[in-house]
Design a protein around this ligand. Structure first.
Ligand SMILES: *Cc1c(COP(=O)(O)O)cnc(C)c1O
Length: 408
């Protein structure tokens, strides 16, 4: 997807990009300092509505908080989605603070500590079990607190999902219980000790291929149907994961959401609804709900030329937006879409390398980007910054102050 298309998703007032109707320079003045992250509330609302429209009615929608745990964002989403998925006690606290029904908060992730399990059990959240020993600790925690924990087994499927930016299932994994071990694990459960509601399978992130997601969902449903025969009670919980990707790079094409939704509807009608009539089926999406609603804005503090290469040095960098520097799991570094947000319409004058203010060559935000010749004070906008931005970045590195975050 090209930068112009990212620009078009936001408004424009003359030469200025608008976020939620506010021209960028005015927004920077209102925020009071650069760099900052700005998230567009209406864009999040619209995205959730699009997902709801595409998905079958029977599928619940969850928000994976780790994509953007800003409390105001989580608060906003808590009213729009059915469930919140958390991966730490900190995220659990943010989720509980929204007032969301704790029974619709699920807690996944390897290495949950006893303290985290206690909080989740006490709150009545659903704990997604990642190992046999975690199940044992969960049972012990429930006994200590005199609460019967609600749980689901996170299953590491026997297949991998191709085309995912980050693979989190298939082969050996730190995530989940290997599918072939689940029957014996379930055999060890005393129903009085823990209520195992069903299963969770999350196999990968950032997938743009509808055909691959559809196939993964079909294989996941088959797996769940097979595992269901080993569960003593009815299956009441089927979390199919998600992994819907967003376009970051020029060659990336938008996920065909309608196709995914239609095929999922057919799949559930054909295979799951009759077999597991009490199962609440859900998807959990992080990046897809918030990623495109956010921009990272950083100001040019210096311009220079070095042996024929033009540089713009900005007041932000990889300590806020690590992913744009290419150091958040990317195999090949490619530029995130970016623009001079106060000079839209100025013609590009040649390649400019946009670097952050950290004293390391890793702090590269844009390598030879076609831009108008930047001036000190210009505002560089990095798009697709609403997910895995600030909290996925090493903010303490080099001791600069934290950037502001605003939800508009
Ligand atoms: C990270 C994560 C998600 C969210 O992934 P996205 O690619 O942001 O949608 C969902 N479920 C689990 C278990 C996760 O760990």
């Amino acid at each position: 997807m090209r930068t112009e298309e990212h620009l078009a998703a936001f408004g424009r007032d003359g030469a200025a990009l608008e976020v939620a109707g506010i021209p960028l320079e005015r927004l920077a003045a209102r925020v009071g300092s650069t760099p900052f992250f700005a998230y567009d509330r209406a864009a999040i609302t619209t995205r959730v509505a699009e997902v709801r429209a595409a998905l079958p009615d029977r599928v619940g929608l969850g928000y994976a908080v780790k994509a953007n745990p800003m409390p105001a964002v989580v608060q906003h989403l808590s009213r729009l989605v059915d469930s919140l998925d958390v991966a730490s006690a900190g995220e659990l606290a943010v989720a509980l603070d929204t007032g969301h029904d704790p029974a619709r908060i699920s807690f996944a992730g390897p290495g949950k500590t006893d303290a985290e399990l206690r909080r989740a059990v006490a709150a009545g959240a659903v704990v997604e079990i990642e190992s046999r020993t975690e199940l044992q600790r969960l049972v012990r925690t429930g006994k200590e607190l005199a609460v019967r924990p609600q749980a689901a087994v996170r299953v590491n499927p026997p297949f991998a999902v191709k085309g995912s930016g980050m693979r989190m299932g298939g082969g050996p994994q730190q995530f989940g219980v290997d599918a072939e071990m689940v029957p014996s694990l379930l055999g060890e459960v005393s129903p009085g000790d823990v209520d195992v509601l069903g299963f969770h399978v999350f196999a990968g992130s950032q997938n743009l291929r509808a055909d691959i997601l559809v196939e993964a969902q079909a294989r996941t449903v088959d797996l769940v149907l097979e595992l269901a025969t080993h569960l003593r009670d009815e299956v009441r919980y089927v979390n199919l994961g998600g992994g819907f990707g967003i376009p970051y790079f020029e060659k990336d094409e938008r996920l065909d959401l309608a196709l995914v939704g239609q095929r999922l509807g057919e799949l559930l009608d054909e295979r799951l609804v009759e077999a597991l009539p009490h199962a609440a089926v859900s998807l959990e999406l992080g990046r897809y709900l918030v990623g495109e609603a956010g921009v990272y804005v950083t100001q040019v503090v210096d311009v220079k030329e070095s042996r024929g290469q033009a540089y713009a040095v900005v007041d932000g960098g990889m300590h806020h937006q690590l992913a744009a520097s290419g150091n958040f799991g990317q195999v090949i570094r490619r530029n995130y879409p970016m623009a001079l947000g106060n000079r839209l319409g100025d013609p590009d004058t040649g390649p400019v390398t946009v670097v952050g203010c950290l004293c390391t060559p890793l702090d590269l935000l844009g390598d030879s980007v076609e831009l108008p010749r930047p001036d000190v004070g210009d505002l560089v906008v990095v798009f697709q910054a609403g997910a895995y931005g600030l909290t996925a970045s090493p903010t303490a590195f080099l001791g600069h102050p934290a950037p502001a975050e605003v939800l508009l």
